[in-house]
Design a protein around this ligand. Structure first.
Ligand SMILES: CC(C)(COP(=O)(O)OP(=O)(O)OC[C@H]1O[C@@H](n2cnc3c(N)ncnc32)[C@H](O)[C@@H]1OP(=O)(O)O)[C@@H](O)C(=O)NCCC(=O)NCCS
Length: 169
């Protein structure tokens, strides 16, 4: 069955069988994604096989306390909190790992962040790694750990925009 491009979470999407191997991210999709999306807290995008969701991510606006942001990203006289975009969730069903779905969701999310920041501002994208494996994943994608907490990582929107442009196929 063909796999869809990333699309907004909608009522017909089936979330029930989703399993990325990490309970927290499975539960968030099944128990919180719809409500958070409906209320406007988080925008949730999904990739599907038929109506079955096999990958997703969530984005939300956020503010980050200045002192925790790496100096290379904070720069100048930044407001406090610093306006950022929270890349709160990224997960792919284990049955579909290694097919490039995670990379395609990552790219789609980061492009959305760049477009959003161009429209309303936002200095950096911030992620919360749920474990050490996730920290390694984000670092391998150019994210820099917070000064006081390695599970919170940042990448500046300027840097992301340059990377998207340079790596466009
Ligand atoms: C991380 C995850 C999203 C990757 O999805 P995927 O569809 O299997 O990834 P892709 O097939 O697009 O592969 C992307 C690249 O990331 C690499 N990668 C995958 N998991 C990785 C990890 N934990 N650390 C470092 N690199 C990783 C792959 O080797 C691949 O590298 P390559 O392009 O050089 O071959 C998926 O494994 C997942 O959902 N994990 C559980 C949830 C999670 O930890 N999410 C991220 C943090 S919140």
């Amino acid at each position: 069955m063909p796999i869809s491009a990333p699309e907004p979470l909608a009522p017909h999407h089936d979330l029930s069988g989703f399993d990325c191997g990490k309970t927290q991210l499975n539960n968030w999709l099944k128990n919180h994604a719809r409500r958070n999306d409906e209320k406007g807290f988080t925008r949730v995008m999904v990739v599907c096989e038929g109506t079955r969701v096999i990958g997703y991510y969530g984005l939300a606006p956020t503010g980050v306390p200045g002192p925790s942001m790496p100096r290379s990203i904070r720069t100048g006289q930044a407001p406090d909190p610093i306006p950022c975009i929270l890349f709160g969730q990224l997960a792919v069903d284990v049955a579909h790992n290694g097919k490039g779905i995670g990379s395609s969701l990552l790219r789609d999310a980061l492009q959305r962040c760049v477009d959003g920041a161009a429209a309303i501002g936002g200095r950096a994208v911030v992620v919360r790694a749920i474990d050490h494996e996730a920290e390694v994943y984000w670092q391998s994608n150019g994210f820099i750990p917070a000064i006081d907490d390695p599970s919170i990582l940042f990448r500046s929107v300027v840097d992301i925009a340059a990377w998207l442009k340079a790596s466009a196929g």
